[in-house]
Design a protein around this ligand. Structure first.
Ligand code: SF4
Length: 333
């Protein structure tokens, strides 16, 4: 894999600030559905992203990382909290009010096949957002589609083909071209490489980095693969059961890991060096994951944490800054 590209520098300007974001889903049960309970998919998440940087968001399946991305994109209306895009809170806006902001915020989806309409040609798929925002017409529109195809490493001859005629990697390139069609500033990459062959994953990540360097893009990169997140992200947040448990600059998080959950996730990352791999101990997590409906009063990780004390089961640890820029939620740090 290549190293970080030269190009647009990460600025100190905050592009996106997420403050105490909550996304609860209503679940009706009982006779006639009169009993209402709430699935706390995202439960008080806060972080900021500067223009031009990549924040990685990791955690096990169901931890709320994708729901966080969907909420930021306003594909869901958050239950509470703020999503400040260039200082403007879009969290409580109506779909009509949020529409102009959505042009600057695009999404790349996990499953490139499911996210592309099988009945549309690649030209129509990429042209759709161009039409929605009335950006180009006629010949200029066609030129723009060809330009976008070239940007993601595809040719003009691909424009008239259908998604089923492409490989997984090529389909993801089409998804990226569609996201770029409206000149966004910010892209939520929701596990964009999870469905791809390992041999293709690095190509797509390298391309995303090249695009960031040349177009000055800002990414929220959601993944469960900690090794890929380490490569692409400036900072990484680790989520567990709807909450951030650790957040820091990437190298700081990987070399001075504080939270027991992050340590367990890192222990499971495969080592390429056989000498290190031989001595590395994988920490298996046992114990039940609490229900996101009835989260325990104490630390959410207490049922699986090898260091849990009676205090952990009663008192929720504060998500606090342990050393400059390094946050964790654990009574032991
Ligand atoms: Fe483990 Fe307690 Fe820290 Fe939670 S607060 S991670 S249970 S030691």
């Amino acid at each position: 894999m290549k190293h970080r590209r030269e190009g647009f520098a990460v600025s100190e300007e905050v592009l996106l600030e997420v403050k105490d974001l909550k996304m609860y889903f209503e679940n009706r049960k009982g006779l006639l559905g009169k009993q209402i309970e709430y699935v706390k998919a995202v439960d008080g998440v806060s972080f900021t992203i500067n223009r031009g940087e990549t924040i990685g968001l990791v955690g096990e399946s169901g931890c709320g990382k994708s729901t966080t991305g969907y909420s930021i994109m306003r594909l869901y209306k958050p239950t509470s909290g703020q999503i400040l895009y260039k200082g403007v809170d879009i969290a409580s806006m109506s779909p009509k009010e949020v529409w102009p902001y959505r042009k600057n915020m695009q999404m790349i989806f996990q499953d490139p096949y499911a996210s592309l309409n099988p009945r549309m040609t690649v030209a129509d798929i990429i042209g759709e957002p161009i039409d929605i925002y009335h950006l180009y017409e006629g010949k200029a529109r066609q030129e723009r589609i060809f330009e976008l195809l070239a940007t993601v490493g595809l040719g003009k001859d691909h424009a008239s083909r259908y998604p089923h005629e492409f490989s997984g990697g090529q389909r993801q390139r089409v998804g990226i071209a569609r996201a770029l069609a409206v000149n966004p500033e910010f892209i939520v990459c929701d596990e964009p490489i999870s469905a791809l062959d390992v041999s293709i994953q690095a190509q797509v990540v390298n391309m995303l980095e090249d695009l960031q360097a040349s177009l000055g893009l800002t990414y929220l990169f959601i993944a469960h693969d900690l090794s890929m997140v380490r490569h692409i992200s400036k900072k990484v947040g680790v989520m567990y059961l709807g909450s951030l448990v650790e957040f820091a600059e990437t190298e700081e998080l990987y070399t001075h890991t504080l939270h027991p959950y992050t340590k367990a996730l890192l222990s499971a990352v495969p080592e390429l060096d056989p000498a290190i791999s031989k001595t590395k101990k994988v920490q298996m997590l046992t114990g039940e994951i609490p229900s996101p409906i009835n989260t325990p009063p104490g630390c959410k990780f207490a049922t699986r944490c090898p260091h849990a004390t009676p205090r952990c089961k009663e008192e929720r640890p504060e998500f606090k800054e342990v050393c400059p820029g390094h946050y964790a939620a654990c009574h032991l740090v």
